[in-house]
Design a protein around this ligand. Structure first.
Ligand SMILES: [Zn+2]
Length: 70
């Protein structure tokens, strides 16, 4: 569960981000040889103030990047 950083109210999670004018989501990729797709951006919105937070659906893949660097 995510709480708004400003109001500490529970946020609505799992919302999709789309590029206006198209059905394309935004993906986060790692630059380099593998160009790994790190996952889709998701967002959470605070129903009180509208504060929007973005996060990646599968943070495990990002964790793996840290492990790989060690
Ligand atoms: Zn808020």
């Amino acid at each position: 569960m995510r709480k708004c950083l400003r109001c500490t109210v529970e946020m609505v999670e799992g919302l999709d981000i789309k590029v206006e004018g198209g059905a394309y989501g935004i993906k986060v990729t790692q630059q380099g040889v593998f160009k790994d797709n790190l996952g889709k951006f998701k967002c959470a919105v605070c129903p009180e103030c509208g504060y929007t937070e973005t996060y990646i659906e599968n943070p495990e893949r990002v964790k793996k990047l840290i492990v790989d660097k060690k």
